[in-house]
Ligand binder design. Structure first.
Ligand SMILES: NC(=O)c1ccc[n+]([C@@H]2O[C@H](COP(=O)([O-])OP(=O)(O)OC[C@H]3O[C@@H](n4cnc5c(N)ncnc54)[C@H](OP(=O)(O)O)[C@@H]3O)[C@@H](O)[C@H]2O)c1
Length: 264
């Protein structure tokens, strides 16, 4: 797909993967709509994009609040008529064992990561259906394929995202609208600034740059595939886990549990 003059809306665009994706689409000449809760951070990304001579629109919105998403979508649709690419990227994790995490913290991850995605899709899908074109890119994680101690509630949001996307993709077959999930391993972003990650060793040598994932999001917007795992080699690990769960689950489970017991 030629992204020139296409309308691309990115949630969680003020930082990390969202910001990096915005830069990738801007380099292709798309019109970018930047959505997140922080006006100040969005304005900084907007300044960067303006240097690439693209048209941008900043909208402050908490995607976990369905009335805010409705207002945001009404404003966007009035201005642009439709969005060609919807990137549901806003998300966060809170680290901790399920027995210790307050229920509100478990709920809040689902409200942003999962329901935030659904609110955006519900509001923008009708205009895509009418136009018989569009692509929805949902940024999940490999945590959508592995249930891990310490981030079980976060994993659940990404498993949910993957299952929802698979079902939706089937529903939309033949409509001209694509659905693709991008599932990265660990990425160097502000994601781990949440205080619950304070005592965690931050990054490993395999940690990805946000730019690498931004490029995968761009690729996803033009892909017939359901899921793009970044890096692609990790698909083998997912396959082994699904095919021989008794081999890989104990290894992953005990190494993440060891980390959790050190922290707690
Ligand atoms: N970093 C990783 O290792 C990693 C790995 C796999 C998948 N992911 C996924 O990648 C996505 C982006 O994360 P990131 O790594 O780029 O982290 P990040 O740098 O912390 O960015 C998260 C973005 O989400 C926005 N956001 C959070 N809650 C929001 C809400 N309720 N409404 C609107 N915007 C909200 C934040 O902006 P405001 O604070 O301005 O609202 C920020 O722009 C997430 O869905 C995450 O689960 C991350």
């Amino acid at each position: 797909m030629d992204f020139k003059d296409k309308v691309v809306l990115i949630t969680g665009a003020s930082s990390g993967i969202g910001r990096a994706s915005a830069i990738q689409f801007a380099k292709k000449g798309a019109n970018i709509i930047l959505v997140s809760r922080s006006q100040e951070k969005l304005d900084q990304v907007d300044e960067e994009l303006k240097k690439l001579n693209v048209s941008t629109f900043v909208y402050v919105c908490d995607v976990s609040d369905k009335s805010q998403v409705k207002k945001m979508s009404e404003t966007v649709l009035e201005k642009y008529g439709t969005v060609d690419i919807l990137v549901n990227n806003a998300g966060f994790a809170i680290y901790g064992s399920i027995s210790k995490l307050p229920i509100e913290e478990i709920e809040s991850q689902m409200e942003t990561n999962y329901f935030g995605m659904i609110y955006c899709i519900k509001n923008f899908l009708p205009s895509m259906i009418e136009k018989k074109s569009g692509h929805i890119v949902n940024v999940a994680s490999v945590a959508g394929s592995f249930g891990l101690p310490g981030i079980a509630s976060y994993c659940a949001t990404k498993f949910a995202m993957l299952g929802f996307s698979e079902g939706l993709k089937h529903e939309l077959k033949g409509t001209g609208i694509g659905v693709t999930v991008v599932s990265p391993i660990m990425v160097r972003t502000n994601f781990f600034d949440h205080k619950s990650f304070e005592k965690m060793p931050k990054y490993s040598p395999t940690t990805l740059s946000a730019e690498t994932v931004g490029k995968a999001v761009l690729k996803a917007a033009n892909s017939p595939r359901l899921e793009i795992i970044v890096p692609s080699i990790v698909r083998i690990v997912v396959w082994i886990k699904t095919t021989f769960p008794y081999l890989i689950n104990p290894i992953l489970g005990s190494s993440f549990k060891k980390q959790l017991s050190i922290q707690e």
